[in-house]
Design a protein around this ligand. Structure first.
Ligand code: HEM
Length: 463
């Protein structure tokens, strides 16, 4: 049997550990022993799915940047086929037209001075809600999630949801639970053995139940927000999508459809919310953990802003804030393995052959801890992003948003959100842990890395 299993690895494929019968190397994903950064390219058999793992900046750049076209697909995994009926921009074969529409909508509805103003408005709602806790301990998770998701909501629905909208909150909660479950052993087992659909217990069933609830909720709100639509005069992403759908109605090859609208809306909501929320939650945690760094952030905020709200131009004038946010992105690795890619044609990397359709995992975590590019990578040190004059410096091996054709399309928006939420929060409050509370720094594992729940006190500052 072992011989048979071994033959599943294609000829010339990168080497990897011997797979176990049936389940292959699924267990090594958790044992982690083969994910050592020294091995830049190796393979795993994830229950019959041949997968290439890329480690470190050099290998990832070589594939995602220098062979951008070849590494631009997403794998068609049974789990995502089942959950999206093979729809959704991320996973579908015809990702390009969805990608183009989303990029245009983000540019049109989600950038520039107007968006800056709308994020600043959301910051005021956020500060007001934090204020309600009057310096007493609270878990910031829900508040940050609500505030951050509203920015994507503005682009998708043209409107924010109030912080007490329990239906919307429930949808985000179970969606985010799915992001966690999608990286569980059950999810990998389902990908290897799709007949597990008929096994009535297990976390894969929870995933499907959650996905169905999210689908029903999104269907309802999409209907609600498209009621007053004026064709060819889009006010938000849904309008723009429906325009595209109407225009391509006679084109048999089009991928614009009612189902794909629902999946792409879901994908944009979760991609924009889960990531930026986790980054801000890590940033708050590290500020309370390192009061000296917090103090330096506040000194810069007070010196540059002098009590007024931040403006768009201030971002360049606040190198220490930028350095701290970059270090949070590097150190906390909210999307540690990127989003799984696949090869669109046969590829050759460092003498190895990678056939078309192979799943590729980009270990972005390894890039940020790559000792060739970072000194003492396991130390949280914002100063690594500053030169000797205190000016912000970029680092080549900094890829929290990945690179290449499928890199994060919300990068600019995320950077703006992080800057505004972080700056306005620390301008008004001092963050500290409740007396005697020691936070856990080990993340909760999933497709994203989030901090374990913690309580924090936001004490109003005297300025
Ligand atoms: C994809 C990171 C915020 C929308 C990705 C990828 C990463 C990432 C690593 C995978 C790219 C690849 O496969 O190479 C982050 C981080 C964020 C963030 C760290 C915040 C700190 C956002 C926001 C949005 C967004 C605010 C917008 C709503 C997307 C979408 C994709 C994506 C739609 C899929 C792109 C595609 O398949 O072509 N993101 N992201 N992200 N991100 Fe983000």
């Amino acid at each position: 049997i072992r011989q048979l299993v071994k033959q599943r690895r294609p000829r010339g494929f990168p080497p990897g550990p011997t797979p176990l019968p049936m389940i292959g190397n699924i267990l090594s994903l958790w044992i982690n022993e083969y994910c050592h950064f020294i091995i830049q390219i190796f393979s795993l058999d994830l229950g019959g799915i041949s997968t290439v793992i890329l480690n470190g900046y050099d290998a990832i750049k070589e594939c995602l940047y220098h062979q951008s076209e070849v590494f631009a697909d997403r794998p068609s995994l049974p789990l995502f086929q089942k959950m999206t009926k093979m729809g959704g921009k991320c996973w579908s074969n015809s990702w390009m037209e969805h990608h183009k529409l989303a990029v245009n909508c983000f540019r049109f509805f989600g950038s520039g001075q107007r968006m800056f103003g709308r994020i600043s408005e959301e910051c005021l709602f956020f500060l007001h809600a934090v204020e309600q806790h009057q310096g007493k301990p609270f878990n910031p998770k829900h508040l940050v999630t609500n505030a951050v998701s509203n920015i994507t909501n503005l682009i998708i629905f043209g409107q924010r949801f109030t912080y007490d909208d329990s239906d919307f909150q429930h949808m985000i909660e179970i969606f985010s639970e799915n992001v966690e479950l999608a990286a569980s052993g059950w999810a990998f087992l389902y990908n290897a053995f799709p007949w597990m659909e008929y096994v009535p217990f297990g976390k894969h069933q929870k995933l499907f139940r959650n996905a169905n609830k999210v689908y029903d909720f999104l269907l309802q709100i999409i209907k609600r927000f498209s009621q007053d639509r004026v064709p060819q005069s889009p006010q938000h992403y849904i309008d723009a999508y429906l325009d595209e759908m109407e225009q391509s109605a006679t084109d048999k090859a089009t991928s614009f459809s009612q189902d794909n609208l629902i999946f792409s809306v879901g994908e944009l909501i979760i991609a924009g919310t889960e990531t930026t929320t986790n980054c801000l939650r890590w940033a708050m945690l590290y500020m309370a953990l390192y009061p000296r760094i917090q103090e330096k952030v506040q000194m810069e905020i007070d010196c540059i802003l002098n009590g007024r709200p931040p403006a768009l131009e201030d971002k360049q004038r606040m190198p220490y804030v930028e350095a701290v946010l970059h270090e949070v992105l590097r150190f906390c690795n909210v999307v540690p393995l990127g989003i799984f890619r696949a090869t669109s044609q046969d590829a050759v990397v460092r003498g190895y052959t990678i056939p078309r359709g192979t799943m590729v995992i980009t270990n972005l975590y390894s890039v940020h801890f790559d000792e060739k590019y970072w000194s003492d990578p396991s130390i949280f040190c914002p100063e690594r992003f500053l030169d000797c004059n205190g000016k912000f410096v970029r680092h080549e091996a900094f890829l929290p948003f990945s690179i290449g054709k499928r890199h994060c399309l919300g990068e600019q928006l995320a950077r703006l959100e992080m800057f505004l939420f972080f700056t306005t929060l620390l301008q008004r409050f001092h963050l500290q842990f409740p007396e005697g509370f020691i936070p856990s720094l080990s993340p909760k594992l999933g497709m994203t890395l989030q901090p374990r729940s913690y309580s924090i006190c936001a004490i109003r500052r005297q300025q």
